[in-house]
Write a protein that binds this ligand. Structure first.
Ligand code: ZN
Length: 243
């Protein structure tokens, strides 16, 4: 089975379309979305519609909750907050219900999927160190957990016998016996690792390999739509440099 894993789309339709085309070319069987379909970008409704059609498993992100009043907006920085308020106005009742009904954590085959952390998904903390990864490995049993949230692709692995945790920015990961993994697949619609290309992952259970890929997309159109919608201009500019 080949899984395509996407996260942090953030209403960026141009990036989503490029990523889905790449996943289709790679012969993916099932699609997984690790949250944050909306927020920041100018196409919340179309992105949501596509994710609903394509993804077999989807979990909610903090921006998805913010856009329907499930998360206090004080949590967000001023630009993110403006985009969430704008997004809220775009959504109809049916779309709000869809977001509301998304689970925070779900199984996908043998793997686990959560936007932020298995430890306390509703608190929207980050797994950004071996310390926080180690705390989280104790909270789930699956061999692999896919996450998003930081918009930075990274792999945390834990040696089951020694309990030792390490991290790597490898883009090709062999899922080895005796190891467990927390894999951040990076962001489709707003990468923040100084690489503006859209990020996603493919998990091939046949070869036991996870690969993180980057693809080009029409950044200029995504930026123009953000500016035309009256969203904060900084949300457009950052897409050129991947920050
Ligand atoms: Zn996000």
């Amino acid at each position: 089975m080949k899984y395509g894993i996407i996260a942090d789309i953030h209403s960026n339709l141009e990036a989503l379309k490029s990523v889905l085309k790449a996943l289709k070319d790679k012969g993916v069987d099932e699609y997984i979305c690790a949250g944050d379909i909306v927020g920041y970008g100018a196409d919340p409704e179309v992105c949501m519609q596509i994710v609903r059609e394509v993804c077999n498993v989807t979990v909610a992100g903090n921006h998805d909750h913010g856009a329907i009043g499930l998360l206090n907006l004080d949590y967000f920085n001023p630009e993110a907050k403006k985009a969430i308020l704008w997004t809220e106005e775009q959504l109809n009742e049916e779309e709000r219900t869809y977001l509301k009904n998304l689970e925070l954590i779900q199984k996908a085959g043998d793997s686990l999927v959560v936007h932020a952390t298995p430890l306390s998904p509703q608190e929207w903390n980050y797994i950004n160190s071996t310390f926080t990864a180690n705390q989280n490995f104790k909270e789930f049993e699956e061999k692999v957990c896919f996450v998003g949230h930081s918009h930075i692709p990274v792999v945390f692995s834990m040696d089951i016998d020694e309990g030792r945790c390490k991290y790597a920015f490898d883009t090709k990961i062999h899922i080895a016996d005796g190891q467990r993994y927390i894999i951040n697949v990076g962001s489709v619609g707003q990468p923040r690792d100084k690489n503006p290309l859209a990020s996603f992952a493919v998990y091939d259970t046949g070869t036991s390999e996870v690969e993180i890929y980057r693809v080009e997309y029409d950044v200029e159109t995504a930026q123009k739509k953000i500016i035309d919608a009256g969203l904060p201009r900084g949300l457009a500019f950052r897409l050129s440099s991947g920050v």
